[in-house]
Design a protein around this ligand. Structure first.
Ligand code: SF4
Ligand code: SF4
Ligand code: SF4
Length: 664
C-alpha cells in the first residue's frame, strides 16, 4: 500500500508514520469524539466541547483499549489484586496467583517466577493455546524445572511494562510455577484464594498477590452510543428483525414447494395467485408475443411454462444474488483467487443450475430432442422421467443432480423406481469424484467452488462471515451433520430394500419417513427447515454458512474423506502477530490463528477454501497449498492475499519452524 514502514520499535515507527502523514498533507486534530451519528447521508462526529466533524467514512481505530475485564468474584477489589506487572522483583518470595491463558498471563507468570515468586497460573480452559508457542514452551519448561528460566526480554503484552532478564536478578531464584488448568477463581481473601475446577471441587491455596490478566473489555459504550450493532447483543430491534426474516423464510420455503405441513404453495395455486397467474400476463401482452408463448416449440412457451412455477423465481433470485453480491465480493477482495472463484461460482449457478433445468432442457424437449424416435430419447429416459406419452414433457428439474451430489440433493436417488442414470452419476460423484478432488484440493474445491449453497454463502454471505459463532460449545453442534448423514444412509438402505421388495414394511417405512409423516419426515426437517428456513434465515445474524457448517450431510460425509486430504493452509509462523483476524473472518468457525502462530499446516475438515483468512491476514502469513508425495509443502500458484500480490510472487517461502515442529 501507500503507507510503508521499516521501524521495529514504537517511537521510531511513530516518527516514520508522522513524517509520511506530513508528506501526504494530512492534518490531524486532537479531540474527544463522544459518538457518531448519520445525518442526511453524512457521518457526524459529536466532539466533546467543540464543533462537530462531518465525514463520509470513519475508521474507528481505538482498539480494545477499554477497562480491564473483571473476574467477578468476591475479594476482587482487595489491594493485592493487580492488572499490570511493573517490577517482578517486588514479589520475590511471595505466593502469587496469575489468572489468564494469553501472552500477558504467561509472561507475567514467567517473570514473577524468575524473580523468586511461587506462582500458580489459573486458566479456565484445559489447554493453553492462545499464547505464542515460545511463551507456552518457556512456561512448560519452567513448570518442569524452574532453573530453565530465560527471562522475558521483549514482553509482547503492554501489561508487562518492563523486560526482566537474568541480568536483573541476583543469581539463582527459588521461584516456581504450577499450572492450574481448567480452573476458575471462586474467591480472593487476604491470605488465600479459592480455585474451583470443572467438577466443582474447590481448592484453597495460600496467596499474597493476584494478577488478573484476562484481557480488556472493548469500548462498547462508544459503539452503543453511536447505534452500532454489537455482536452477541440482542436489542429488541434485532430480535424483531431476526424473527421477521425467519417468518419470511418459513413463508418462502412453503410457497416454493407444495407441502402438506403448511400448504402455502397449494393455496396460492388453487386461488390462481402468483405465480399461477403468470400465463395471463403473457396473454395480456397480446400480439405475436402472446401467440409465441402458446406455441410449444417457441422459447416464449418454455419461459411462460417455467414462470408459472415458484421454483423458477427462487432459482432466478438465487442467481441474481450470486451474481450481484459476487461482483461486490470481487470488488472487496481484490485477489486473483477470489476473482476466479467468484466467476466460477456465478457460472455454475447460472448455467447448469438455472438455465439448463429451467430453460434449455425444457425448450430442447419441446423441440423434439428427447421425444420417441429422436437421438436423445435413450439418454433422456435414463435421467428425466416422462410426464407424457411421447417423451416431450419430462422431469427436467432433475438436472440439478449434475452438480448437486447425493446426499445434499437426494431426490434423484430416492425415486419410486431406480433411475439407473442417476444412480451411476450419483455414485461417481459421491464416492469417486468428490473423494478425489478432496484428496488433492480439500473439501473447499466442492464447497467453495461448485455447490450452490457455497455460492450464496461466499457472495451474499461475504459481508456477514464474521458473525459465525466460534468456540468449543459451537464446535459440538457440528455433529448435527453426522446425525443427518446417518438418517440419510438409513433412508438409503430402506429405499434399496423397498425397490427389491415393493410390498415390504421397509418400503412403506421409507415412504413415510422420507415424505409422508407430517413434520417428522426427512424432506420437511432437512430440506425445508434445516437447509432452507434455518440456513437462509440465519444469514444476516449468524453468517451464511450455518447449514454448511452444522447440518449438511454431504459435508459430514466429506469430513470422512478429508482424513486423506493433502490440502493444507500453510503458515509462516515468524510473521504471525497473533491478531486473530484470520479466526474472526472464518465463517466455518475454525480457529485458524491457533495453527498459524504455531506454524502448523491447517487441515480442519470444515475449511471451505473461501480464502477469507488468507486474504485478510495483514502480514501474509497464510498460503493455500498441499503436500506432495514426500510430504513437502507445495504452495498454490494463484495469489490469494494482497500481501502476496504486493510482493510480486505467486509462491511464498516455505514455513520456517523454529521449534522444529512439523509443518504438516
Ligand atoms: S457444506 Fe454442503 S451445502 Fe454447504 S457448500 Fe458444502 S456441500 Fe454445499
Ligand atoms: S480456514 Fe480460511 S479458507 Fe478455510 S473456511 Fe476458514 S476462512 Fe475460509
Ligand atoms: S491474521 Fe495473520 S497475523 Fe493475524 S493471527 Fe492470523 S495468521 Fe497471524
Amino acid at each position: 500500500g501507500d503507507v510503508q514502514f521499516k521501524a521495529d520499535i514504537k517511537e521510531a515507527l511513530v516518527e516514520e508514520l508522522q513524517a509520511q502523514r506530513d508528506q501526504a498533507g494530512i492534518e490531524t486534530t486532537r479531540a474527544r469524539v463522544e459518538f457518531i451519528e448519520r445525518k442526511s447521508g453524512v457521518l457526524n462526529l459529536r466532539v466533546a466541547g467543540g464543533d462537530d466533524i462531518k465525514a463520509l467514512r470513519v475508521i474507528v481505530a481505538i482498539g480494545r483499549s477499554g477497562n480491564f475485564r473483571k473476574l467477578g468474584v468476591p475479594g476482587e477489589s482487595l489491594d493485592k489484586v493487580y492488572n499490570r506487572l511493573h517490577d517482578p522483583m517486588e514479589f520475590a518470595g511471595k505466593s502469587a496467583l496469575v489468572v489468564g491463558g494469553g501472552d500477558s498471563a504467561i509472561e507475567c507468570a514467567v517473570a514473577l517466577a524468575g524473580a523468586g515468586a511461587q506462582v500458580t497460573l489459573s486458566y479456565r480452559r484445559a489447554e493453553l493455546s492462545r499464547a505464542k508457542p515460545e511463551n507456552i514452551e518457556q512456561l512448560n519448561n519452567m513448570v518442569a524445572d524452574p532453573n530453565t528460566w530465560e527471562g522475558v526480554e521483549e514482553p509482547t503484552s503492554e501489561r508487562i511494562t518492563t523486560s526482566f532478564t537474568s541480568a536483573m536478578r541476583d543469581g539463582e531464584s527459588d521461584g516456581s510455577v504450577q499450572l492450574a488448568l481448567a480452573t476458575q477463581v471462586a474467591e480472593i481473601r487476604d491470605d488465600a484464594v479459592d480455585l474451583i475446577d470443572e467438577s466443582k471441587n474447590v481448592r484453597t491455596i495460600a496467596n499474597d498477590v493476584v494478577f488478573s490478566m484476562i484481557g480488556r473489555e472493548p469500548p462498547l459504550e462508544f459503539f452503543r452510543r453511536s447505534g452500532i450493532p454489537i455482536r452477541g447483543e440482542w436489542p429488541v430491534s434485532r430480535i424483531v428483525a431476526f424473527s421477521s426474516f425467519m417468518l419470511f423464510c418459513i413463508f418462502l420455503y412453503h410457497w416454493k414447494k407444495e407441502l402438506t405441513e403448511l400448504p402455502i404453495g397449494t393455496w396460492f395455486r388453487e386461488r390462481g395467485w402468483f405465480p399461477a397467474n403468470v400465463g395471463g400476463w403473457w396473454d395480456a401482452v397480446g400480439g405475436w408475443v402472446a401467440d409465441a408463448s402458446r406455441r410449444p416449440t417457441h422459447l416464449f412457451y418454455t419461459l411462460r411454462t417455467s414462470m408459472a412455477s415458484a421454483g423458477f423465481y427462487y432459482s432466478l433470485a438465487y442467481c441474481l444474488c450470486v451474481f450481484f453480491f459476487g461482483l461486490r465480493r470481487i470488488r472487496r477482495r481484490k485477489t486473483p483467487y477470489v476473482k476466479l472463484q467468484t466467476w466460477t461460482l456465478i457460472a455454475v449457478q447460472i448455467i447448469p443450475l438455472f438455465l439448463l433445468p429451467e430453460i434449455i432442457l425444457p425448450w430442447a424437449g419441446r423441440n423434439g430432442w428427447f421425444a420417441d424416435g429422436s437421438a436423445g430419447v435413450a439418454f433422456a429416459d435414463q435421467f428425466f422421467e416422462r410426464y407424457d406419452d411421447v417423451g416431450i414433457e419430462r422431469a427436467y428439474w432433475r438436472a440439478y443432480g449434475f452438480i448437486l451430489a447425493w446426499p445434499l440433493f437426494v431426490a434423484n436417488v430416492f425415486t419410486d423406481k431406480p433411475m439407473w442414470g442417476w444412480l451411476v452419476i450419483g455414485f461417481l460423484q459421491t464416492f469417486v469424484l468428490i473423494p478425489l478432488i478432496i484428496r488433492r484440493w480439500g473439501k473447499g474445491a466442492y464447497c467453495g467452488w461448485i455447490c450452490s449453497c457455497g455460492a450464496l454463502a461466499e457472495t451474499m454471505g461475504d459481508a456477514h462471515r464474521h458473525k459465525m459463532p466460534h468456540g468449543p460449545k459451537w464446535n459440538r453442534v457440528n455433529m448435527v451433520g453426522q446425525v443427518v448423514l446417518l438418517f440419510v444412509f438409513l433412508l438409503l438402505v430402506l429405499r434399496i430394500v423397498g425397490w427389491a421388495a415393493p410390498g415390504s414394511f421397509a418400503n412403506s417405512l421409507y415412504a413415510n419417513v422420507y415424505k409422508k409423516i407430517p413434520y417428522l419426515n426427512y424432506t420437511w426437517i432437512v430440506d425445508v427447515m434445516l437447509a432452507g428456513v434455518i440456513g437462509v434465515g440465519c444469514y444476516f445474524w449468524f453468517s451464511g454458512r450455518v447449514w454448511c457448517r452444522f447440518a449438511c450431510p454431504l459435508a459430514a460425509l466429506m469430513h470422512i474423506y478429508t482424513r486423506f486430504t493433502r490440502f493444507r493452509i500453510f503458515a509462516d509462523k515468524k510473521k504471525c502477530i497473533s491478531c486473530n483476524v484470520c479466526t474472526s473472518v472464518c465463517h466455518q468457525g475454525i480457529d485458524i490463528m491457533n495453527f498459524a502462530n504455531k506454524g502448523l499446516g491447517m487441515r480442519d475438515p470444515e475449511c471451505v477454501r473461501c480464502s477469507a483468512c488468507v486474504q485478510s491476514c495483514p502480514t501474509g502469513v497464510l498460503t493455500f497449498g498441499r503436500l506432495d508425495a514426500s510430504n513437502n509443502p507445495i504452495h498454490d500458484r494463484i495469489a490469494a492475499s494482497p500481501v502476496q500480490m504486493q510482493e510480486g510472487r505467486t509462491m511464498v517461502s516455505l514455513p520456517v519452524l523454529g521449534n522444529g515442529a512439523s509443518p504438516i
